[in-house]
Design a protein around this ligand. Sequence first.
Ligand code: SF4
Ligand code: ZN
Length: 139
Amino acid sequence: MTQAIKLPCSGVDPELFWPHPTQEPVGKQLVAPLCSVCPLRLECLLAAFRGGEGGIWGGMTHTERVALRRYLTTDDLVNVTALNHALTVKFPLCLDCDKHRRPYTDGRCHTCHHKRRREDRDREAAAFEAELKNGTVAA
Ligand code: SF4
Ligand SMILES: [Zn+2]
């Protein structure tokens, strides 16, 4: 007789897995630790890719999956083994956080990629402001 697997998310309020799009990062923070130890994480992720679902599946938000999906072929979604292979080969872990897969060509995950871009923009704005103050901006 096979024993039923108790999933980490069983008994958890399902609403947590369906955050409002603006609340995705907060929702992810809450549920990702559960998914990270789930024995069916890849199955869950695959189901979401196949069904085009919203919400958080396999520890990934809808936004993250949309970004990742662009790099996956139909063959990559044939089964869990193919998905796992594609993720391992195509997306080693993020250079910054070393936690998430990295769909961006700068080697970063979605979160870290955008964090970097924000930081770069802030730095450029601060440098420009300093130049303005010093009167060194080229006319
Ligand atoms: S990966 Fe899927 S099944 Fe596993 S805990 Fe997360 S939501 Fe539940
Ligand atoms: Zn990262």
